[in-house]
Design a protein around this ligand. Structure first.
Ligand SMILES: O=C(O)CCC(=O)C(=O)O
Length: 270
């Protein structure tokens, strides 16, 4: 069975930069996936804590041995905001990433049949403590190190019903056509974030029931607000790219390996 985009959805992808499919996964499947997600979070909470570091609007903790970043809620630093990447440490979440309901529409966004994961993210957005995810495009975060950052796209699955009150995704339709937007004029990781003062278009909320998927490309402007409700708003995000390119996990691992000694120096050391 194929889940490729219909001609009407392809037209919406091109015009709006995103496509929403409602109720793709059943509530029972969402409960199973959420179980896999919570098991991963529990495992991460058991780890010895490394340093938490504020980078831009985020609070990161790089878990060297695991090869993943734990993201904490900056305003509630004991609450996990998310994890990235995780396909290498969660077999069930790696298997879900290969479900054709994620992959088939993603093929149409990437523009070829042969795709693989680039990265995987979780947004836990817990009741009352889930914070804002600032206005951004994904592209700047990836452009310096991904093989083809402009072709990476994301499939975001709501594991809970998503509403304005609990901080659903908000998107700027058509914003994907204009390249990279003006970013914050600051040093460091925070300069990946957009300058909200320079962006006037209004955003539309993507309210949808659990099991719905939002597909969008690397240039779509988006954000999500705080969770003011008493229910979690969890989301699982898989980002795909043309097959054969390195994953974020592989790229991070490579960048952390000690530089190889030049041949002559290595021979002299023997
Ligand atoms: O889950 C959300 O609300 C948005 C996540 C997001 O924008 C991202 O991870 O790039």
């Amino acid at each position: 069975m194929s889940f490729r985009l219909t001609p009407e959805e392809i037209a919406r992808k091109d015009r709006d930069g995103f496509v929403v499919r409602r109720g793709v996964f059943s509530r029972a499947e969402c409960a199973r996936i959420a179980g896999d997600v919570e098991a991963l979070i529990d495992d991460m909470l058991k780890l010895k804590r490394e340093n938490k570091e504020v980078v831009g609007s985020y609070m990161f903790e790089w878990q060297e041995e695991v090869g993943a970043v734990v993201k904490w809620e900056p305003l509630f630093p004991d609450v996990v905001q998310g994890i990235e990447p995780f396909a290498h440490i969660s077999r069930p979440l790696n298997e879900w990433a290969h479900d054709p309901r994620f992959m088939d529409p993603s093929r149409d966004f990437v523009g070829q049949d042969d795709i693989n994961l680039f990265t995987e993210k979780l947004t836990m957005k817990r009741a009352h403590t889930g914070g804002e995810l600032i206005l951004h495009q994904d592209y700047p975060y990836w452009m310096r190190w991904a093989g083809q950052a402009d072709r990476i796209m994301t499939a975001l699955l709501y594991l809970d019903d998503a509403t304005m009150e609990n901080g659903c995704l908000e998107v700027a339709p058509g914003s994907h056509t204009e390249g990279m937007k003006k970013r914050k004029d600051i040093e460091g990781f925070g300069q990946n974030e957009m300058d909200p003062a320079a962006f006037e278009q209004s955003l539309v909320p993507v309210e949808a029931p659990a099991g719905s998927i939002v597909f969008f490309g690397a240039f779509l402007v988006h954000r999500s607000r705080i969770n003011r409700s008493d229910k979690d708003r969890r989301a699982l995000l898989y980002s795909y790219q043309p097959a054969g390119l390195k994953t974020s996990y592989e790229l991070h691992r490579e960048s952390r390996q000690p530089a190889k000694k030049p041949k002559a120096e290595a021979a002299a050391a023997r």
